[in-house]
Design a binder for this molecule. Structure first.
Ligand SMILES: CC(C)(COP(=O)(O)OP(=O)(O)OC[C@H]1O[C@@H](n2cnc3c(N)ncnc32)[C@H](O)[C@@H]1OP(=O)(O)O)[C@@H](O)C(=O)NCCC(=O)NCCS
Length: 290
């Protein structure tokens, strides 16, 4: 590989670039479909490096979640252009874009990505495990007494988004609305006897597997009941990314056929304290969106 890196042009990506970007996540074996790229490109600062033939060879996206942080995602470099500093360059451009809006950069790193981010000042916060099941053995479980688990009604999500923001650390209406639309039958809520929200679970389609997440609840028993209810509505292979601290959830998922596929590390730029409340987040939306 002798092409000099100064032949690459850096430019902002738009929705028109989604079909050119998808092969990069497929090459990495990732799960995103065009709808995921579209969501991130439309809500974030999406950057690409394009070779002289017009081929997109690397990407990086910074999605703002004001007022505190933004998420770095889709740091991808095609094999032919790796080990030449392109991921480092795109990572820096992404966190600088967030810094200009006074937002701190957070991300969920693969092992390879973590080696790029550590020298740039990102610090580890906690680890997550990706579990996969081809055919989970689904059985209904009783939620704790006084809690009802059932389908999330098709009304406006703004109350749910406000409840979620306290736990996630920011409003993410665009993400939650997008996921609910993509897999409405797997959208689940938990409510108490007064009708107050006590948890929710969403899922979406993926290239390799459907993905459950986010799953946010006030305790693990509610989280597990919602995950099992969502699973009952999903066909075929399923991914779920669970913070390692939730060992009861992980053990339950293993008992119904889930196996560990890989791990991620939640990292934040120059800061050790998390923005979210990971004790109430039983599954993240995914490593791209946190
Ligand atoms: C991870 C990835 C983005 C790295 O891209 P890249 O352009 O080759 O990385 P860079 O050349 O900018 O490397 C930056 C630093 O990380 C190191 N690094 C990158 N990949 C590494 C790996 N797999 N193992 C060890 N070190 C690695 C480089 O040695 C370099 O260190 P240096 O600055 O001390 O020389 C690329 O391999 C990729 O697309 N992988 C698949 C998708 C992925 O995992 N993305 C990260 C998501 S969190």
């Amino acid at each position: 590989m002798t092409e000099p890196i100064d032949t690459l042009a850096q430019r902002r990506l738009t929705i028109m670039d989604v079909s050119a970007a998808l092969p990069l996540s497929i090459e990495a074996g990732w799960n995103q479909v065009a709808a995921d790229w579209t969501l991130m490109v439309c809500t974030g600062h999406a950057l690409g490096l394009v070779d002289p033939a017009g081929i997109l060879v690397a990407t990086g996206i910074a999605v703002p979640f004001p007022p505190g942080f933004g998420r770095l995602c889709m740091i991808l470099v095609t094999e032919r252009w790796r080990n030449r500093g392109l991921a480092k360059r795109l990572t820096r451009a992404c966190w600088q874009a967030l810094a200009r809006e006074s937002l701190v950069a957070a991300l969920d790193a693969t092992d390879a990505g973590r080696r790029v981010y550590l020298p740039q000042g990102f610090r580890d916060q906690y680890t997550l495990v990706r579990l996969k099941a081809d055919l989970p053995v689904v059985f209904p479980v009783q939620p704790p007494s006084g809690i009802t688990v059932g389908p999330l009604p098709q009304h406006d999500l703004s109350a749910l988004c406000a409840w979620d923001a306290v736990r996630f650390g920011a409003r993410r209406d665009a993400v939650l609305t997008d996921f609910r639309k993509r897999m409405p039958t797997a959208a689940i809520q938990a409510t108490d006897q007064a009708g107050h929200l006590r948890g929710y679970a969403l899922a979406r389609d993926g290239r390799v597997a459907s993905q459950i997440g986010p799953v946010v609840a006030e305790d693990a028993a509610v989280g597990i009941a919602m995950i099992l209810a969502a699973l009952a509505a999903l066909p075929g292979p399923v991914y779920i990314d669970v913070p390692d601290r939730h060992s009861t959830v992980i053990e339950t998922l293993r008992s119904i056929g889930f196996v560990r596929e890989r791990c991620f590390t939640r990292m934040v730029h120059g800061r050790a304290a998390p923005f979210d409340h990971p004790d109430q987040i039983y599954a993240i939306a995914g490593p791209e969106l946190g």
